[in-house]
Ligand binder design. Structure first.
Ligand SMILES: Nc1ncnc2c1ncn2[C@@H]1O[C@H](COP(=O)(O)OP(=O)(O)OP(=O)(O)O)[C@@H](O)[C@H]1O
Length: 288
């Protein structure tokens, strides 16, 4: 479905006219939200990933898969500058969000993380009430009125409202693991982001809670662009539209492994007729 409207406000310090893909979206694929080009990420001297280029399209679910250590989480964190929080991390190449260089010094990383929310592997509610967990982001942003509505909408959006509406002022830590993860999703969507980054969001959950999160992802994909890191290939195949397969290569000169993107395509293609033998070996379970 063609989608050309930029509905979110521009990043702080960036002219709205600079938003939007310069060459315009490919209509059949949807608007480009992220344009990652020739990305290298270093931790100190160690190059963790190299030469990564791919596009993320609006309102699609994009899965990053590959063996342990190939840099999936590292690449995911570059999409909302979470790597800034790691002292020794350094990013080279470009990550454009609606055509704006996310690493431009004029871009405010706090605003970036409001628009591009993140859900982590282990559910991490704050030791606060369910209500205060969800209201946290809007309050930080200065919102004082209408919080009840924001909290209800976010909890409904995360398919948790019916389970918690009578205990909003009890601790978020009293919820089950799956409920806690949906609370974290509610917290992430309460700030009205455009994008949700999910770093193995189901790996700490049982199959039933996992299925609920996968259903939730399908239910909210019309509103959000989602990028998910997963170890679970069935999950990538079930939920995503596009899949990026990463692997590692061993350095000629040292014993270090650097991650690289092998293949990026529609999920169906990656799992049924991948172009690269390394992808085929991985998705058929012969490697990794
Ligand atoms: N904070 C850090 N400091 C130093 N090295 C790091 C840091 N985070 C990741 N790395 C290294 O970068 C490489 C890529 O790690 P990353 O966690 O991105 O891979 P991954 O594919 O997500 O792995 P996994 O599937 O095991 O979570 C690894 O060699 C890892 O040891």
């Amino acid at each position: 479905m063609a989608e050309t409207t930029v509905t979110n406000p521009p990043a702080v310090g960036i002219d709205v006219d600079t938003l939007g893909s310069p060459s315009g979206p490919a209509p059949e694929l949807g608007e480009v939200v992220f344009d990652v080009d020739d990305l290298d990420v270093y931790y100190g001297e160690f190059r963790a990933v190299r030469d990564v280029s791919f596009d993320v399209r609006k309102r699609q679910i994009t899965a990053l898969i590959g063996p342990s250590g190939c840099g999936k989480s590292t690449v995911l964190r570059t999409l909302n500058r979470m790597n800034d929080l790691i002292d020794i991390a350094r990013v080279e190449g470009s990550v454009r969000y609606h055509g704006v260089d996310l690493y431009d010094p004029k871009v405010n990383p706090v605003e970036v993380r409001r628009r591009i929310g993140m859900v982590f592997q282990k559910p991490n509610p704050f030791p606060k009430s369910i209500y205060d967990n969800v209201a946290y982001g809007p309050r930080i942003a200065g919102q004082k009125k209408g919080l009840d509505d924001v909290v209800e909408k976010a909890l409904r959006g995360a398919a948790l409202w019916d389970e918690v509406k009578d205990r909003l002022h009890t601790s978020g830590l009293g919820l089950s693991g799956g409920q806690q993860q949906r609370l974290c999703i509610a917290r992430a969507i309460a700030t009205d982001p455009e994008v949700l980054l999910m770093d193995e969001p189901c790996s700490a959950l049982d199959p039933i809670a996992t299925a609920r999160i996968e259903d939730l992802m399908q239910a909210i994909k019309d509103e959000y662009t989602i990028v998910i890191v997963t170890h679970n290939m069935q999950q990538a195949a079930r939920v995503s539209d596009m899949t990026a397969f990463f692997t590692t290569e061993v350095s000629d000169t040292s014993d270090t492994r650097t991650g690289l993107l092998v293949e990026y395509d529609q999920t169906e293609k990656i799992f049924s007729s991948p172009a690269d033998e390394r992808t085929e070996n991985y998705v058929t379970g012969r490697f990794g």
